[in-house]
Design a protein around this ligand. Structure first.
Ligand code: GDP
Length: 727
């Protein structure tokens, strides 16, 4: 039977019009994992006994325990619709916002998504976040309203009320599509009558849609009656989940042929008329190979496996591919497809498929792998969160240090939102990620998968250093006194930072007038807009000097000094954010020998530090939004717990016996919240968090926090003065 299935998949991979590459996105706990499992089981790709109980998509043991799908892995199934078979590739996407980077990456490889919404809870903040990510990537949504059984069992709604509630969910999702993707609204609007919406119960294996009702004769009234008599088994037989949902997928989500025509321009900015551009547009198996890696997974037998979407060409073992972002070339050893969750090696894989490749050892998530030496890489993937929490990590046995370094390198490669750095002051390795949970999961992985005993420090929040006013002009001298840089530091308009962060302009490529228009609209003067030299991690460097000799040839070193200063500021050696650093004048030695790196870099850095210290510097700290749902009588416990953590309650919504609290709190105060909220609510709370950006530390706490960080880093226990940097 397995052999027959492999043969089917091998046949279908050559018929891109019969392929659907899709993902499932949802707010946490709305049922994404259950739906994935039961679709696979229904399609006969895993045994039905295993599904549901064993949470098949969560191969990671720890994932299973935590009930959170962390690693996006691809699974494939075959589905028959109107007498034809289709290959459906499902990329599992994590539901926890701490792993937002992986959701975004997975979106690159799919052409459509099933948005899952809990019928009782309705559209939640994360539904909005994940839907936005899909729409930004030009990925088409369909809707599955899950847990419909709860409406009757728990809320005992009437048929009219049930219809009203379902309609409300659809209306809300449509509202989001309209706001986020107005140009596609007419085409992508969810519509019960055409079958782009289905509802049912992933857990009890049934679903219905308007087309399914016509086909099976099981109408709304019958559904209501089955549910009322708790006879979901008959319902599941008459109107099975996988049939209804996968029919919806086949009918409403685009094939790679259709999708690539539209999507390539969103994810790739190269010349669309080039050979590779046309090949991708047409999903051409005879064209050059263009593969985008979405994930690296570690396989105990095969080693590192790169999983990605093949947009054009045919991939075969023995091919040499350029890894564009790494400027290297790797040889493909094996290529594979997925059957259910298992990888099956095949002779070749043509365009339009999700492929698993062994041999691309330099590739990382996001890499462009291609047979075209100078191919423009795929647009880099934007991350919506940034690392805000750090911990120090050491091998228990110092002899394991080389192994630890190797494992950390691997983890960082699998997950680009994880940063690994060496603290030069203390010699410790630091891992930084998007939240406490994100780091905990990685540390568990090091222990279990690599069998490495490690010790970690408690998590620490990473602050940002910034300024609140404009500094005077500060002169920075090079150690040999032959070069001088005159620098002003001031707050950068947030809109300017946003323009760069979202990649709306590219300093190397965007033409002058567009650049000027966008930047002046965002808040820079015309002179500044013309002089922006660099954007670096939330800061900009602007050159407003006029016709200075030797400046051009020195600029790269000046920028190096700027980046150096931005990586670790003067207050506590934390990264800087929100700065506009302006070079207003400079004196440069005529002989290049006297203005080398050892002269220019420290002079620029010191001038920036001295200027920052005269511009009312302060710290910013990361905030989280917290969404907590609890039984009403526990509201008091939750608000007390939040208020003790400098939390601000933003909203309280009551729904039946349950109440949902939306609050905002500093990440620093949220450490240990998981345990605290569990004991404060006897484990009854359902909660999730979302990154909410940086905000100023309250003035009365700034000095305390600076000293805390300085102490930890072994720095002198006083705030530096401008004079310390001027000699
Ligand atoms: P995920 O976080 O979105 O992956 O959600 P899960 O699939 O892990 O489901 C979260 C919880 O909801 C689990 O306890 C499931 O058993 C439960 N669940 C999933 N689907 C349904 C459903 O259709 N009805 C009911 N009553 N519970 C469901």
């Amino acid at each position: 039977r397995a052999k027959k299935m492999i043969d089917k998949i091998k046949e279908l991979m050559y018929k891109p019009e019969r392929i659907r590459n899709m993902g499932i996105v949802a707010h946490i706990d709305h049922g994404k994992t259950t739906l994935s499992d039961n679709l696979l089981a229904g399609a006969g790709m895993i045994s039905e006994e295993l599904a549901g109980r064993q949470l098949y998509l969560d191969f990671d043991e720890q994932e299973r325990e935590r009930g959170i799908t962390i690693n996006a892995a691809s699974v494939s199934m075959v589905h028959e619709y109107k007498g034809k078979e289709y290959l459906i590739n499902l990329i599992d996407t994590p539901g926890h916002v701490d792993f937002g980077g992986e959701v975004t990456r997975a979106m690159r490889a799919v052409d459509g998504v099933i948005v899952v919404v809990d019928a009782v809870e309705g559209v939640m903040p994360q539904t909005e976040t994940v839907l936005r990510q899909a729409l930004r990537e030009n990925v088409k949504p369909v809707l599955f309203i899950n847990k419909v059984d709860r409406l009757i069992r728990e809320l005992e709604v009437t048929p009219e009320e049930m219809q009203k509630r379902l309609l409300k969910v659809i209306t809300e999702v449509n509202k989001l599509i309209k706001v986020m993707k107005p140009e596609k609204y007419n085409e992508w609007k969810l519509d019960v009558t055409n079958g782009s919406v289905a509802f049912g119960s992933a857990l009890y294996n049934w679903a219905v849609s308007v087309p399914s009702m016509k086909e099976t004769g099981v109408g709304f009234k019958e559904v209501y009656e089955y549910l009322q008599s708790d006879d979901w088994k008959t319902l599941a037989k008459k109107s099975p989940l996988h049939v209804v949902v996968l029919d919806m997928v086949v009918k409403h989500l685009p094939s790679p042929i259709e999708a690539q025509k539209e999507r390539i321009r969103t994810i790739w900015k190269g010349d669309i008329n080039s050979k590779v551009g046309q090949a991708m547009l047409n999903c051409d198996p005879k064209g050059p190979v263009a593969l985008m890696i979405t994930k690296i997974v570690a396989d105990p037998h095969a080693g590192e496996i790169a999983v990605g979407r093949l947009f054009s060409g045919t991939l075969k073992p023995g091919m040499d591919l350029y890894i564009i972002d790494r400027k290297t070339k790797n040889r493909v050893q094996t290529v594979g497809l997925f059957m259910g969750p298992k990888r099956v090696e095949v002779e070749e894989v043509p365009a339009g498929n999700i492929v698993a490749v062994v041999g691309l050892r330099d590739a990382a998530a996001g890499s462009t792998c291609t047979s075209v030496e100078d191919m423009e890489p795929f647009e880099s993937i934007q991350h919506f969160s940034e690392p805000v929490v750090t911990m120090a990590i050491e091998a228990k046995n110092p002899r394991d240090l080389p192994k630890l370094i190797e494992v950390l390198r691997k983890l960082a490669k699998e997950d680009p939102t994880l940063q690994v750095t060496l603290n030069e002051e203390t010699g410790e390795h630091l891992i930084s990620g998007m939240g406490e949970l994100h780091l905990e999961v990685k540390v568990e992985k090091i222990r279990r998968e690599y069998g490495l005993e490690v010790v970690t420090s408690p998590p620490i929040v990473v602050f940002r250093e910034t300024v609140t006013t404009t500094s005077p002009v500060v002169e920075g001298k090079s150690p040999n006194k032959h070069n001088r840089f005159y620098i002003v530091v001031e707050p950068c308009p947030p809109e300017v930072i946003r323009v760069f962060k979202e990649g709306l302009i590219d300093l190397r490529k965007t033409d002058k007038s567009t650049k000027r228009k966008i930047l002046t609209e965002a808040g820079l003067s015309g002179e500044e807009a013309a002089g922006v030299q660099e954007y670096f991690e939330g800061n900009i460097f602007v050159d407003v000097t006029k016709g200075l000799q030797y400046l051009n040839e020195t600029m790269e070193l000046i920028l190096e000094g700027f980046r150096d200063a931005m990586r670790a500021g003067p207050l506590a050696r934390e990264p800087c954010m929100g700065l506009k650093v302006k070079l207003v004048d400079a004196k440069l030695h005529e002989d290049a020998v006297h203005r080398g790196p050892a002269q220019v870099i420290p002079a620029v850095r010191s001038a920036i530090f001295a200027a920052m210290l005269q511009a009312k510097p302060t710290l910013l700290e990361p905030y989280q939004k917290v969404f907590i749902t609890v039984p009403q009588d526990m509201l008091g416990n939750v608000t007390r717990e939040l208020q003790g953590r400098r939390g601000q309650i933003l909203e309280i919504n009551t729904e039946g016996d349950m109440v949902t609290i939306v609050a905002k709190a500093p990440v620093k105060e949220m450490f240990g919240f998981a345990g605290a909220i569990r004991s404060a609510t006897s484990g009854k709370a359902i909660w999730s968090t979302e990154f909410a950006g940086f905000e100023p530390v309250p003035p009365n706490l700034v000095e305390e926090f600076i000293m805390e960080v300085r102490k930890r880093k072994g720095l002198k226990l006083e705030i530096p003065k401008p004079e310390d940097f001027l000699s």
